[in-house]
Design a protein around this ligand. Structure first.
Ligand code: UDP
Length: 420
């Protein structure tokens, strides 16, 4: 039965489980986006079902986040971690699982919002079978990603084709920044309807801790200059550039510098080739004594780290949006980021931090020194950063823009919505 009279949306995120532990394996910005958008929409009266793939037999099939918002895990392929590049063959099973769940639960939403190209394929299949409107957020574009990696995966041509079909056929595409929209237009297709609605962050959670408190909790002395990275261990994230920049920084000799590389698994656990590669470079540069790898940082710990840092560095080669940059800015910490993708939209160079060319460790080193050597300017940048995020990137604001978009689609398909 269709929920004709309800504000109701299905968020589909095949590989990005909104209930997963963030920062591990492939869990990152997409998981955060889906979970936060889902919960914020539910606070605004929407009924939200978030569909994802079950990747562990111990995971519950349904997680109820609040009265109106739940995660639903569909079995498609082994109930184990499967890298996203190997998931395509399981998507038809995912579609069947989605339909079965809806039949059994007796409810269907008129709007589906798909996330990442894998889910876009699922959405396009569902549209053939159900009277639903599709909204899609890419999170990452194959056409951009494949420009920056030496060997493309086997699934590349399928991904590019699916991304083009989706752009041309979905009712609305959500680009999270003007830069992402421009990439869609120049590299994917000139057809299709694109709206720009940014990603958001929890401005109450991020910004709840002062610099002094953060440092106290983490046992960091007030005279230390702290440089922070937060994110996954993936070559695209450019951690190597940061590490090499710290190796060059002229502040390093003064012995006050501390580099914290947060994310990945806890110390002692294996975290794949990139983690080992970065640790080798740290050792080669002789900065092991000032570098710390605390592993995955929980949502409760993150505000302490961001607040304790003098600067947060986002050295990605490419970043469609980059949640870490706005989280750090919300905590009043200036951001030095690569001058790419969504980071150009979120970080105001010379206003809330600095933008520098990607992969250029000399430029990153200079930017780090500039900010760390000018504590007054650092403080000003941090204050403006907080203000900038409050004004532009709160999740409630993002969810209400998405909610308006869904309502417009429901209205154009002649459904009259009322609050759930
Ligand atoms: N994250 C986290 N703990 C970690 C590392 C990352 O909670 O140890 C979160 C981080 O706070 C952010 C997300 O993972 O919300 C990463 O999103 P981003 O858009 O920066 O990068 P992506 O992973 O999507 O490439």
């Amino acid at each position: 039965m269709f929920l004709q009279n309800q504000k109701c949306v299905s968020l589909i995120s095949v590989h990005g489980d909104p209930s997963a532990e963030i920062g591990k394996e492939e869990a990152g910005g997409q998981n955060v986006y889906v979970r936060q958008v889902g919960e914020a929409l539910s606070r605004q009266g929407w009924r939200v079902d978030m569909f994802t793939r079950r990747s562990d037999p111990d995971q519950p099939a349904v997680v109820q986040h609040n009265e109106r918002c739940r995660t639903i895990r569909i079995t498609a392929g082994a109930q184990a971690f499967i890298p996203r590049d190997e998931l395509f063959e399981y998507l038809p099973t995912f579609v069947q699982g989605f339909l079965k769940f809806q039949r059994q639960s007796g409810s269907q939403c008129r709007v589906i919002h798909t996330n990442y190209w894998l889910s876009s394929w699922v959405g396009m299949q569902l549209k053939k079978m159900l009277p639903v409107s599709q909204v899609h957020t890419y999170h990452s574009l194959g056409a951009v990603k494949y420009q920056s990696i030496p060997t493309v995966p086997l699934v590349a041509s399928t991904r590019l084709e699916v991304e083009k079909n989706c752009l041309e056929t979905a009712e609305r595409i959500v680009a999270t920044s003007p830069q992402e929209r421009d990439h869609m237009r120049s590299l994917v297709s000139t057809k299709g309807n694109i709206d720009i609605i940014p990603c958001g962050t929890d401005v109450t959670h991020f910004g709840s801790v002062s610099r002094e408190e953060g440092r106290q909790k983490l046992g960091i002395a007030p005279d230390k200059k702290v440089i922070l990275y937060v994110g996954r261990f993936d070559p695209r994230k450019g951690i190597e550039t940061l590490v090499r920049a710290v190796g060059r920084s002229s502040i390093r000799e003064r012995g006050h510098l501390k580099l914290i590389i947060g994310g990945g698994s806890r110390p002692g656990q294996s975290d794949g080739l990139e983690r080992e590669r970065i640790e080798d470079i740290v050792a080669e540069l002789g900065i092991g004594n000032i570098t710390q790898f605390p592993g995955r940082l929980s949502p409760a710990e993150l505000p302490n780290y961001y607040a304790a840092a003098d600067v947060c560095v986002v050295p990605s080669h490419y970043e469609p949006f980059g949640l870490v940059a706005i989280e750090a800015m919300a905590c009043g910490t200036p951001v030095i980021a690569s001058n790419v993708g969504g980071l150009q939209f979120t970080v105001v160079s010379e206003g809330t931090g600095l933008l520098v060319p990607p992969k250029d460790d000399a430029a990153f080193a200079m930017a780090i020194d500039r900010i760390l050597m000018n504590p007054d300017w650092q403080q000003q940048l941090g204050q403006s950063a907080r203000q900038h995020v409050e004004e532009k990137f709160s999740w409630d604001g993002v969810a209400s823009q998405l909610g308006d978009l869904y309502l417009r689609l429901m209205e154009s398909s002649k459904v009259t919505p009322v609050s759930a």
